[in-house]
Ligand binder design. Structure first.
Ligand code: SIN
Ligand code: FE2
Length: 216
């Protein structure tokens, strides 16, 4: 088949029970994903939120879809409106939703229908400390995470905070899916190394698709 994309073909790497890395799964669509991110950010700009502990996060975030993730000194939560402009979060662009659903399908989660997409932007030095994604009500759905731009080191542990960590370099176009037995496993991103990527310049973007509300 004729293709405009001349990169390497995707391949899968097992990561744990219910978890895998779909290497380069998003490479061919990267340009349209980045355009979609730009479009979301014109309505709901990237911002560095403050944690309940009072720290300003190094990662800048925005969201799209029916629900968006917000952090403030009052706590973490999913909200229907962007607290910056008090309007609903931008709709989830079709290109993003389709990519998340096909990745989940390939990883063994054919029913995945995300209702939230959190968009992270990492500048050099930005990191995400070890945490669990546990603010979602529907824990039967996986997390689908898409990496674009500069590479980053992803730490993947286990169900307990002090379980040993394994480290994986996530590169442009890589998708990680974790769910089922590993849905609540600890994970994080080590401080981003400075660099230049032809698609994103000096930064890394990460999209995490989640199902927050219980599906009918
Ligand atoms: C997350 O843990 O929610 C995002 C991880 C990443 O940036 O790869
Ligand atoms: Fe997370």
């Amino acid at each position: 088949m004729l293709s405009l994309f001349d990169g390497e073909a995707p391949w899968q790497e097992p990561l744990g029970p219910g978890a895998m890395i779909l290497r380069r799964f998003a490479s061919a669509q990267a340009q349209s994903l980045l355009q979609a991110i730009e479009q979301v950010a014109t309505d709901s700009p990237f911002r560095q939120m403050v944690t309940p502990g009072g720290y300003r996060m190094s990662v800048a975030m925005t969201s799209c879809g029916p629900l968006g993730w917000v952090s403030s000194p009052q706590g973490y939560r999913y909200a229907e409106c962007d607290p910056l402009n008090h309007r609903p979060w931008p709709a989830m662009p079709e290109a993003l939703r389709r990519l998340a659903e096909t990745a989940a399908f390939d990883a063994g989660y054919p029913e995945f229908r995300p209702d939230a997409c959190l968009i992270n932007r990492y500048a050099p030095g930005a990191k995400l400390s070890l945490h669990q994604d546990k603010d979602e009500r529907d824990l039967s759905a996986p997390i689908v995470s898409v990496s674009l731009g500069l590479p980053a080191i992803f730490q993947f542990g286990g169900a307990k905070r002090h379980d040993p960590l394994r480290r994986f370099l996530l590169e442009h176009g890589d998708v990680v899916v974790w769910g089922g037995p590993s849905r609540l496993w600890y994970h994080g991103i080590q401080p981003l190394k400075p660099g230049h990527h032809p698609a994103t310049g000096e930064c890394r973007y990460n999209l995490t698709f989640r199902r927050v509300a219980q599906s009918e």
